[in-house]
Every structure is written in structure tokens, then in C-alpha cells.
Design a protein around this ligand. Structure first.
Ligand code: HEC
Ligand code: HEC
Length: 168
């Protein structure tokens, strides 16, 4: 009767296997359901997605044409004019139609600086380097809004350094 014993053991092992898998399934489903319940609030807030919500204040772009001071020398200057509808694709770059060296005399726009002609190996090109082609990867317009988080940035001129030429 050894054969019978071992086949019974095999069956009971299979039964146990099924029970364990079922238990695992139940616990993971419950855990996932609980996690879904405790979602991090979305940017839009914890609201019913089918509900109409007041959009609140619509920020306005700063388009006063005043070039802003840079917070540090390497900062890409922010865009002080509207760029609404400006095409910036592989085939057309509206920004360069004013900021390219050859067009600045007519447009009155500041020329893209020398760094924009340089490849990553410091090779100077005759035209804008591919890595500087998509201007809005670095230059952004500003909106007139309250910052979402407090900013404790200090300008380096407030950190107690002595400006060049001030030494006796
Ligand atoms: C119609 C011409 C024109 C076009 C197109 C244009 N700009 Fe300008 N841009 C200017 C002029 C002129 C200024 C100088 C400030 C002013 O008058 O707004 C300027 C200023 C800037 C400045 C500030 C420079 C500084 O030193 O503060 C940045 C950055 C800039 N533009 C980026 C862009 C980008 C990016 C685009 C494309 C999305 C673009 N511009 C398209 C004319 C243009
Ligand atoms: C990889 C980031 C990057 C990209 C892309 C880029 N810029 Fe800049 N830009 C900068 C930085 C950083 C500065 C400031 C330091 C400097 O001049 O290199 C700057 C400076 C400028 C200035 C001020 C120049 C001056 O002499 O005052 C203008 C205008 C400008 N960029 C326009 C553009 C335009 C137009 C494009 C798209 C064709 C563009 N930039 C693409 C990073 C970038």
C-alpha cells in the first residue's frame, strides 16, 4: 500500500499548493485595494473626477520685454516676451528667425551667445549647435504666480564675497 500512500501525499500537497496560492491572491488584492484607497492627492486635488471644478486663477505670462537679471552667471536667461504659437520643430525654429547672428540686426534681439555655437567637445560651428537647437529645453517664460514652495535662494552677491576691484 506504499503506492497509495505516496499518491495521497501528492494530492494533499497539491491541495495545499492551491490553498497557498489562493491566500496570496486574496492578500495582494486586499493590499492593492487599500493602496488605491490611500492615493497621494493629485495635483488637481482630491476631487471626484466626474465633478465640475472651478479652475481658479489663470496665471498670466510675463511679456513686458524687460530682460531680467540672471540669478547666477550661467543661468539661461528667461524669455521676457510671448512665445505663443512659435513653431519649434526639427524643420522650423521660430526663435532663430530673430536670435540667429545673421538676423539680430533686423530683429533687435540679443544674439544667441558663443556657447550656443559650441559642440560638447568645444568645437565652434558656423551655426547653432544641435544641442542648443531646442531653445525651450533651457529658456522658459515666467508666469506671474506665487511660488508653490518657499524659496531660500540667496544671490551670491549677498553671501559676503568682495567684488573684483574693491580690494585696496
Ligand atoms: C520676433 C522676434 C523674436 C522671436 C521670434 C523670439 N524672440 Fe526672444 N527676444 C526678442 C527680443 C527683441 C528680445 C529682447 C527683449 C524683448 O524685447 O523682449 C528677446 C529676448 C529673449 C531672451 C532674453 C535674453 C536676455 O538676455 O535676457 C530670451 C531667453 C529669448 N528671447 C528666447 C527666445 C526663444 C526661446 C524664442 C523662441 C521660442 C524666442 N526668443 C523668439 C525677439 C524674438
Ligand atoms: C542647453 C541649454 C540651452 C539651450 C538649448 C539654449 N540655450 Fe540659450 N542660453 C543658455 C545659457 C546657459 C545661457 C547663458 C550663458 C551663455 O550665454 O551661454 C544662454 C544665453 C542665451 C541668450 C543671451 C545671450 C546673451 O549674450 O545675453 C539668448 C538670447 C539665448 N540664450 C537664446 C537662445 C535661443 C534662441 C536658443 C534656441 C536656438 C537657445 N538659447 C538654446 C542655455 C541654452
Amino acid at each position: 500500500m506504499r503506492g497509495q500512500d505516496s499518491s495521497r501525499r501528492l494530492i494533499s500537497r497539491q491541495v495545499w499548493g492551491v490553498v497557498v496560492v489562493a491566500l496570496l491572491l486574496v492578500t495582494t488584492t486586499v493590499a492593492v485595494a487599500q493602496m488605491a484607497d490611500r492615493r497621494v492627492p493629485q495635483l488637481s486635488g482630491n476631487i471626484d473626477p466626474m465633478q465640475d471644478v472651478d479652475p481658479g486663477y489663470f496665471p498670466k505670462w510675463v511679456v513686458d520685454d524687460q530682460r531680467r537679471m540672471r540669478a547666477y552667471p550661467e543661468q539661461p536667461p528667461i524669455i521676457p516676451h510671448s512665445i505663443e504659437g512659435y513653431q519649434l520643430t526639427v524643420n522650423a525654429n521660430r526663435c532663430l528667425s530673430c536670435h540667429k547672428r545673421e538676423f539680430t540686426e533686423i530683429s533687435g534681439a540679443p544674439m544667441i551667445s558663443v556657447t550656443h555655437f559650441m559642440t560638447r567637445r568645444a568645437q565652434m560651428l558656423a551655426d547653432v549647435a544641435p544641442r542648443r537647437y531646442f531653445c525651450t529645453a533651457c529658456h522658459v517664460p515666467q508666469a506671474d504666480i506665487k511660488p508653490l514652495v518657499e524659496n531660500t535662494f540667496k544671490d551670491m552677491s549677498e553671501l559676503g564675497f568682495r567684488p573684483t576691484g574693491s580690494e585696496q
